[in-house]
Design a protein around this ligand. Sequence first.
Ligand code: MRU
Length: 363
Amino acid sequence: MKVDGRSYRTIWTKAHAGDVSVIDQTKLPHRFEIATLHTLEDAARAIETMVVRGAPLIGATAAYGMALGMRERADEQGLRAAYDRLIRTRPTAVNLRWALDEVRKILGDVAPSARIDAAYAAAAEIADEDVAINAAIGRHGLDLFRRIAATKRGKRLNILTHCNAGWLATVDWGTATAPIYMAHEAGIPVHVWVDETRPRNQGAFLTAWELGHHGVPHTVIADNTGGHLMQHGMVDAVIVGTDRTTAAGDVANKIGTYLKALAAKDNGVPFYVALPSPTIDFRISDGLKEIPIEERHGHEVSHIAGRTADDRIETVQLVPDGSPVANYAFDVTPARLVTALVTERGVAPATAEGIRSLFPDGR
Ligand code: MRU
């Protein structure tokens, strides 16, 4: 997507088997900076510290992390060390494991001397595939939005989204935002309610930034506002991303998603989940019991960073000294609250049968 008129992906290499460039998401929305990953450890830390984040981009970064690891050591021990370091970086997004397994399988079949090239090729393919998947999700989601827009007789289409499942969370397009960008391009008068998404503020910091750069009308709201808007007919549909979806359609996504799904159900608002197939965990079917929920440092809850009037970035404390805080990063929305899953192969009910109908052999 475009930043100040220039097209960017979120991850790229400048040279054959070169260092890896990423947009440093910890600096947005106030600074646009590129970070360079030189080593396996750089890639692992970029994922852990959320320089890169979002399930699909975590997967792509892990794949490039394997490539950087092969530059350091390409024998069996190096392969195992790279995999083991990267798999530990974040627990919830299953794209991480998916991408690492894909790359490890490819590298296992080639001689160590060929592994650097093979790893870079595999990572590039994962990145390109992510872009194609998201574009396809966009087209299928656009059909849904067109149908809802047709009932509104030219009035604006109000979509609510939570967190950032935008192009910054992927390699390009985004998952939940792909249909929004396509609706905007198609001339549908779309407007997005952007949940701020405490504690990391991915909505206020990232979704608002990217929608703004693309000219999509949007309004940032406090996380607790969605229910009120739905009660007053001000939300036509909710669309969110996912970090892991079970084979039966339970959806793990950023903390707070479940509450939006409950409010949507109570108010008859369709609740869609944009779901790339690498985010489906075909090994599990009970999201509440089987999806590991990341608990992050309490500092993210007790403090907040922002820009001062004289353009400095400052972090301030929000809670009283000594108050304990808890920081659960994700929650699970049961399949029964999800109106439909929007995948690259089409739209399906959030059921085991629905998922199987589109992905009969897993992936
Ligand atoms: O903790 P994050 O920022 O990596 O969380 C992931 C997300 O951005 C969201 O949960 C998103 O909706 C799913 S990723 C497309």
